[in-house]
Design a protein around this ligand. Structure first.
Ligand code: PHE
Length: 456
């Protein structure tokens, strides 16, 4: 649990601190593991042709994701405030300017925008708990399962209701504060989710199309790789690791002095990547076994996994538990998406946590209605990247998060002096040097290159 003890005379956070290294790792893992791994990764990989995309994604996770995550945590812990105030404070302290606060501000906005559609998809997951338990998927054909999905998302009232329910759940936990709600669920959720992914994997290995699935995911066809797919892979790396928008920075603000940032980041990145790859390995064989299209889009998981569950013994049980776990995973991520905005309002406007959360929640709920309607009433209303949902997703994952990550690594690598970062990362050894190399050169140049080529 949280304590307000000061660590050797350094700053402490107004919102309390994590009780232990494990509590922090659980919270960050909870934020990272979510719809991004199980819903988004397979469908984006499918839309971008598989193999080459997956490879670029993995490279982005290691050479860009890791250093950005470490930078975010160390900045957060040094500033010990909300992302806006932390960036302002450190900007001045490191002899630059308090304009760096804008990076935190962009993160606050990105979090609000992401959660606006994230909550809609999480609402689908909630609905699928009920559908699974009702037994509609038992022995259902691929066509029946996909009819279930299109019938469901086609009715905006039900989708809006589920979105409302999910936002209500998120507001409830965040309003209660970091010290009570966040860390408990993750302790059993992530292992249980891994276990169920293994059950699904077992099924897909026996589907007769496992090799096709593996080939699709791991045989890179660079001919088909466009700069847009590379940007999608970069955006997915940011999205799935919850980086680039200050969520991890906000969590870092509650991190005890003695915890190793490098170790914690490595643990989270490994768990997150493993779950995404497992999800892909479970889903693609099913796609091919049932003659579905891997580039199907956001419905992919909902069209494939219920099919597998429907055919296995105990499927009603497994399917229900799976969607409950996925809802939990989305819930712990939603908390991270709201945290920068809520912490900022609490500190800046001296509101209570409950007031701040309700205000932010209402705003997000309202914006989310645009995504609710993107799958039914306004499905044909398209501009730039597509529907309202597609635009919010593109703007946040592919532009705002990479841009945020770029500025965060530039800040940690160039603006902060060596002493400050070495102090937080506790080192001058090989690991510290690698981080610094990645944060100063590789990550910023990589992000710029991709953004520039894809956007212009
Ligand atoms: N990483 C989460 C997921 O994969 C989404 C998220 C993004 C959460 C940004 C917090 C911040 O589902």
């Amino acid at each position: 649990m949280l304590s307000n003890q000061a660590g050797d005379g350094k700053r402490t956070s107004l919102h309390g601190h994590w009780s232990s290294r494990m509590a922090f790792i659980l919270a960050v893992t909870g934020s990272a593991v979510g719809l991004g791994n199980i819903w988004k990764f397979p469908y984006i990989a499918g839309q971008n042709g598989g193999g080459a995309f997956v490879l670029v994604y993995l490279v982005c996770v290691v050479v860009i994701g890791m250093p950005v995550m470490m930078s975010e945590i160390l900045i957060g812990r040094r500033g010990r405030r909300n992302p806006v105030a932390t960036m302002q404070l450190l900007g001045k302290e490191e002899g630059s300017s308090n304009k760096w606060g804008w990076v935190g501000g962009m993160g606050v906005i990105a979090g609000i925008l992401i959660l606006s559609y994230y909550s809609v998809i999480a609402g689908w997951t909630l609905a699928y708990v009920v559908k699974s338990a009702s037994g509609v998927f038992v022995d259902a054909s691929a066509a029946a399962v996909s009819d279930q999905f299109s019938g469901f998302v086609g009715d905006w009232r039900v989708v809006a209701l589920c979105h409302t329910l999910f936002m209500g759940l998120s507001v409830f936990v965040v309003a209660r504060g970091v010290e009570r709600g966040l860390e408990q669920a993750v302790r059993f959720m992530v292992p249980a989710l891994l276990l169920l992914m293994l059950v699904l994997l077992g099924y897909s290995i026996n589907s007769g199309f496992f090799d096709e699935g593996v080939a699709f995911m791991f045989t890179p066809d660079f001919e088909r790789l466009t700069w847009n797919s590379v940007l999608a892979a970069l955006g997915q790396a940011f999205f799935t690791l919850s980086i680039g928008m200050g969520a991890i920075m906000a969590y870092g603000a509650y991190l005890p002095e003695e915890t190793s940032i490098i170790g914690a980041s490595a643990a989270v990145v490994t768990a997150d990547t493993a779950i995404a790859i497992l999800a892909g390995l479970a889903i693609f064989p099913l796609v091919f076994a049932n003659g579905l299209n891997p580039a199907d889009g956001p419905g992919l998981v909902f069209d494939t996994l219920p099919l597998a569950f429907g055919q296995m013994p105990g499927g009603v049980f497994f399917s229900t538990v799976f969607f409950i776990l996925l809802s939990f995973a989305a819930w712990t991520s939603a908390i991270g998406l709201m945290e920068p905005a809520v912490a900022w309002i609490v500190e800046r406007f001296h509101k209570t946590r409950a007031q701040a959360t309700v205000a932010v929640g209402l705003l997000i709920w309202f914006i989310g209605l645009g995504s609710v309607l993107s799958f039914n009433v306004l499905a044909e209303f398209k501009f730039l990247a597509g529907t309202i949902f597609a635009n919010v997703d593109y703007l946040t994952s592919n532009i705002m998060l990479p841009l945020g990550g770029l500025l965060i690594t530039v800040f940690a690598g160039w603006v902060m002096c060596r002493n400050s970062t070495a102090d937080e990362l506790r080192g001058s050894g090989k690991l510290y040097k690698s981080w610094r190399l990645l944060a100063r050169f590789i990550a910023p140049i990589g992000i710029l290159l991709v953004l520039f080529n894809a956007v212009f």
